[in-house]
Structure formats: C-alpha cells, structure tokens
Design a protein around this ligand. Structure first.
Ligand code: PEP
Ligand code: MN
Length: 343
C-alpha cells in the first residue's frame, strides 16, 4: 500500500505514521518530495484494513496496490479459468447457452421448452424451483417437486441443469438434483449463502446484484472461492437505473471490465437485463461480440400462461433464430457453443 501524507502534516505526525506502520509489522519506505511525502508500506496487505491506516493522523489517502479480491483476480491467476457444468465447458473460447423457462411449472412446459432449446443448441437447461418474488403472494416455485422435474427433463435431453438457491438451508437439497447452483441478483450479497455454496462441490452461477458494482460482484465471487469452490461463473444481468423502458440497464462493459480484472468466466443474461423479447436477440449478439463466455435466456412455449417472467420469455422459434445468428457470430470470433464432451 502507499500512504499519501497530508501537505500540512507535522514532522511529529509523519514520525508517528512511520512508527505505527512498523508496529503493524510492515516495512515503511518514506519518500519526501518538495511538497508531499508518501510512505510505501511493504508487507501482506490483507493483514490490515486500509481504513485503519487512513485513521492515522496525517494520512490523507491509502492506495492499495493489490486488488481486494485476491483469488478472483488476474494477479493471482493469469490464465482464464474454465468451468465444467456436467460435461459442458464454459470459458477458454467455449460458450454456454443457458436456456429454459423462468420457473419449473409443469412436466409439459419443461419438456416442451427443453425439447426446443436442445434442438436449437442450448447446452444447459434452466428453471427455478425456488423463486425470489417481489410479492409474497406471487408464485414461489414448486420446491423439491420442481427440482425433481428439472432433473428428470435434464436427463431426458442429456442437458446439465441450473437452478436458483436462495437460502443456505437449501444448498444440500439442491445439490442432490442440480449440476449448477444459481445465486440470483437479490442474493449476491447473502454472505452466509455464498459461504455455504463455497463449501459445496457444484459449479456456481453468480449473478450481479441490481445495485452492485463490478467490484462488489468480484468480492462476492471471492467469498465462494475462499471457501474452496473454484468453479464460479459470473453473470451480468443489468442494474437498476433511471431508464424505465427496460427492466434493468444492461452493462455490457462489465464483460471486458471483469475480464481485465479476473480470470473467471462471465456470461450475460439479456432476459432479466432488458425484460423485452424485442431487445434480447440484439443484446445476446452484443454479449458474444463483447467477449462473454455465454448467454442466459428465458424461453417459454406460452408466455401468456407463464407463472413468472412471461413477458420477457422468447418463443421457441425466436430462440432457434437467435441461435442461428449466435453460432455464426461465435464462429467469426473463433469461439463455439460447447457441445457436451467426455471432458
Ligand atoms: C432468474 O434467473 O429467474 C432470476 C430471478 O434472475 P435475477 O436474479 O437475475 O433477477
Ligand atoms: Mn426469471
């Protein structure tokens, strides 16, 4: 870290800063300029919080050198991480297409949607069995029955399945059925959940919170990684903004922004980001063009009867057209949608 000393700091204050740095177990390197003094602090940055150093009288600014998310950072791990969901490879040029209805509703809907998305080239099937709804009176999901259905249909179409976990107490149950655990936007900073998921042996789809910065997202990934689970895929799904013609505002710059700072794969969810089927295909194409490691979309065969997020669902034929475009785009970018392989 580097401590920038206030221009009006007294010599006694500067001496006190140096002594405190030593007491904390660091080696201070003082550099006195004509008008400003800075103190380089050499040692393990993670041992002291920058706020404590900022509280020393005479210190104006504390500039950390390392990122606060160590395990998630490129500094720690230079190569891109590759995450396997079942036999589907995400990262390193291999793209995920996660598709399915918002919620697991019935055998018929799950079966119909899975049949179409599989035919279109989706490689991971989604469906929520535990739904985080704004209203307690809205459909809350089918719970364990939904998990069973999702597993059954996933097996039928030979697709790994991802579903949302909202509470640490659900982790064990959901691990018994799902191939990937989704942490939704509303739970991105549910730290007990992140820790529990970090101890699970399943890959994680970590969605960006509605008002979370990219740094917040990476800090949440750090929670999972620090518990030993290395298989984290990040997901940009838009943030709340003043714009009210879309459900959220899609921050596509998050893709190269995350990639510059982290080795973790990142995918984009234009369904929840825009909430509008007329915008979703263009944003999927833009996501692949921006370098995302995959896309996540909601598909329903009868959106008007969907029990959640119907208005944003793509119809099966829209999904098929989208995949045709995305495959061409992926090829042009020297990437491809993963086909399940024998690892
Ligand atoms: C979902 O995937 O259905 C969902 C609730 O997403 P988000 O957490 O991004 O709102
Ligand atoms: Mn949804």
């Amino acid at each position: 870290m580097i401590l920038v000393i206030r221009p009006d700091a007294t010599l006694a204050q500067i001496e006190h800063v140096i002594e405190t740095v030593k007491e904390l177990g660091y080696t201070p390197h003082v550099s006195r300029g004509e008008s400003r003094t800075i103190v380089g602090v050499i040692g393990d940055e993670t041992k002291t919080s920058p706020e404590n150093l900022k509280a020393i009288p005479g210190v104006e600014q504390v500039l950390p050198i390392l990122k606060p998310f160590k395990l998630a950072s490129r500094e720690f791990h230079k190569e891109e991480s590759i995450v396997y969901v079942g036999k589907v490879r995400i990262g390193g040029g291999s793209l995920a297409m996660i598709a399915g209805p918002c919620a697991v509703e019935s055998y018929e809907v799950m079966d119909t949607v899975a049949k179409y998305v599989k035919a279109g080239g989706a490689n991971i099937l989604r469906g929520g069995a535990f739904k985080p709804r704004t209203s307690p009176y809205a459909f809350q999901g089918k719970g364990e029955d939904g998990l069973k259905l999702l597993r059954e249909i996933g097996d039928k179409y030979d697709m790994p399945v991802v579903t949302e976990v909202m509470d640490p107490r659900q982790v064990e149950l959901i691990c018994g059925y799902a191939d990937m655990l989704q942490v939704g936007a509303r739970n991105m900073q549910n730290f007990d959940l992140l820790k529990e998921i970090g101890r699970a042996r399943k890959p994680v789809l970590l969605k960006r919170g509605m008002s979370a910065t990219v740094k917040d997202l990476l800090m949440s990934a750090e929670y999972v990684l620090s518990e030993g689970n290395k298989d984290v895929v990040l997901c940009e799904r838009g943030v709340r903004s003043f714009e009210d013609s879309t459900r959220n505002m899609l921050d596509l710059s998050a893709v190269p922004n995350v990639k510059g700072q982290s080795h973790l794969p990142i995918i984009v969810d234009p369904s929840h980001a825009t909430g509008r089927p007329d915008l979703i295909p263009a944003m999927c194409r833009a996501s692949v063009a921006a370098g995302a490691d995959g896309v996540h979309v909601e598909v329903h065969n009868c959106p008007e009867k969907a029990l959640s997020d119907g208005p944003q669902a793509l119809l099966p034929h829209q999904f098929l057209d989208l995949m045709t475009d995305l495959r061409r785009l992926a090829t042009a970018m020297n990437r491809e949608f993963a086909v399940p392989s024998a690892n």
